[in-house]
Design a protein around this ligand. Structure first.
Ligand code: NDP
Length: 476
């Protein structure tokens, strides 16, 4: 009896303690709207990310009548833009991932959400209103925040991986498969992604070897079945890559360790496609929001509430279990509904919104672009080889998600350099001869010419600051 009483006392103390600290936090953390009187760049619902979770949140936020902005991030559309056919997106049949995201984007904008091609590099969630900092160092005043930054491909972290990144090591078969026509490549991993990558490569590469570190595939049965229809795909078990090597320019092979026979061997290959899972993108909220042991944002129970009032998380950044686009979309919807409830609770009404409309954050109006399209070899001779100023050329293709991400970054940065540099772009589908002439084997590819000579080449994604620094170095 005494024990029972003691236990009930303890529970009661905990409950009262919890309630008092809750009150204390809310008191300390004021959500009074008068704090916004001097603030600029206000966003009632700010979404960081634009994959299925971010765009679904944007759809609901806007449809419920709130000014909703999605900051699209480094990979607009998220991971689905790098997959082939998707067969499990509810409501549509078998459809290409990039097309699903394109349709979703168009519809979300039609409904009234604002999608801005900006990347948030820093957040300050220490006091309300919250601050989001863009890569241009603009400060956004966010009344509620939905973190939908997704996850990033895991890497092997072995010697040579960084050196040959973009020169043979990649995580995107949709983007790079056409460059391996008749080549021999390896795909690392035993999950659904590995089979998806192999299926993308199968129409191009002569031979594809999937390297699995265990004795079995983790992939679902339906994906395993797909392998049977791919005669040029083989699976090797118990294999781990220990090193990636080449001649500095081109990848030539990998050193393999067989963890069953405990032996090493060299395996010649033209490309290494990594499909070894994902890690949540939580760097910008680390130390500010509760994260679990594996780095995923913790949410409360069946809600999308993160550990700060008015901050929510949705999609792969908080979901280490399902990791499905459909689930991410659902969690984005929940997060948006919860964000609108939060705003209503702090007194945000259509009238208040109207009074602050002039101070809402909007995309800066862009001036005219000074990037011109090169459409022939004679253009190249005339405008590039004979140019007195440095010249930058961006080789792109519409089917390449990284290229389509880099184009607006390039156009924006280019405006700073219109007077000092000639800036061009080349659609590789329209001028394949130029691609051949300049030995462009991966896109996006930025090539710089000075006095008619090629002086630099860059393949990876850059943010605006990196792109600016890249161009600046060629100006005297
Ligand atoms: P998974 O986590 O399912 O699989 C990762 C694979 O990589 C595992 O075989 C794992 O091996 C292996 N791996 C991890 N680290 C290493 C390493 N350092 N070296 C070698 N191998 C390594 O990730 P996926 O990206 O494949 O899938 C993620 C989610 O997305 C899943 O839920 C999947 O169902 C879904 N998905 C669905 C698709 C579809 O339906 N079309 C397509 C793609 C993904 P081990 O098993 O030994 O841990």
């Amino acid at each position: 009896m005494r024990q029972k009483l003691l236990f009930s006392g303890l529970i009661l103390t905990l409950l009262i303690g919890g309630f008092v600290s809750y009150l204390f936090f809310f008191k300390k953390q004021s959500f009074a709207l008068d704090q916004l009187s001097k603030k600029e760049n206000i966003v009632p619902i700010a979404i960081v990310g634009s994959g299925p979770a971010g765009l679904s949140a944007a759809l609901y936020g806007a449809r419920l009548g709130f000014y909703t902005v999605a900051l699209e991030g480094p990979k607009p559309g998220g991971q689905l833009t790098e997959t082939g056919y998707v067969e499990n997106w509810p409501g549509v049949g078998r459809k290409k991932g990039p097309d699903i995201m394109k349709d979703q984007r168009t519809y979300v904008e039609e409904i009234g959400a604002v999608l801005i091609p900006e990347t948030i590099v820093k957040t300050d969630l220490s006091s309300w209103p919250y601050k989001l900092i863009t890569e241009d160092k603009q400060e956004i005043t966010a009344l509620s925040v939905i973190i939908a930054t997704g996850s990033a491909p895991r890497v092997l972290d072995v010697p040579g991986e960084r050196d040959y990144w973009g020169k043979g090591v990649t995580t995107c078969a949709v983007c790079d498969a056409p460059y391996y026509k008749n080549g021999e490549v390896v795909v690392v991993g035993g999950g659904d992604s590995a089979i998806e990558e192999a299926s993308q490569l199968a129409p191009y590469a002569k031979k594809i070897t999937i390297l699995v570190r265990k004795d079995s595939l983790r992939a679902s049965d339906i994906m395993k079945k797909r392998l049977q229809d791919l005669p040029n795909v083989h699976v090797l078990y118990h294999k781990e890559i220990k090193k990636i090597y080449g001649d500095n320019y081109r990848l030539e092979g990998v050193e393999l360790y067989d963890n069953k026979t405990k032996s090493y061997s060299q395996f010649a290959t033209d490309g290494v496609f990594l499909a070894i899972g994902q890690e949540p993108r939580t760097k910008m909220v680390k130390g500010q929001l509760g994260l679990n042991k594996l780095g995923y944002v913790e949410v409360e129970g069946r809600t999308q509430h993160a550990s700060k009032p008015g901050v929510f998380a949705a999609g792969d950044v908080e979901d280490m279990h399902y990791r499905q686009a459909g689930v991410a979309a659902g969690s984005g919807i929940k997060a948006a509904i919860e964000a609108t409830e939060f705003l209503q609770n702090i007194g945000w009404t259509p009238t208040v919104a109207k009074s602050m409309r002039a101070r809402f954050y909007e995309q800066a109006k862009a001036g005219p672009s000074c990037v011109r399209e090169l459409t022939s070899e004679s253009d190249f001779e005339r405008y590039v080889l004979r140019s007195k100023k440095p010249v930058v050329i961006d080789f792109y293709a519409k089917h390449c998600p990284s290229c389509m991400h880099m184009l607006p970054v390039y156009e924006t940065v280019a405006r700073k350099f219109c007077n000092d540099v000639h800036l061009f772009k080349v659609n590789t589908a329209n001028v394949p001869k130029l691609e051949e002439l300049l030995h462009v084997q991966r896109i996006p590819c930025f090539i710089v010419f000075k006095d008619g000579q090629q002086v630099a080449r860059y393949h990876s994604i850059m943010n605006k600051i990196q792109m600016s620094e890249f161009v600046q170095q060629f100006i005297e």
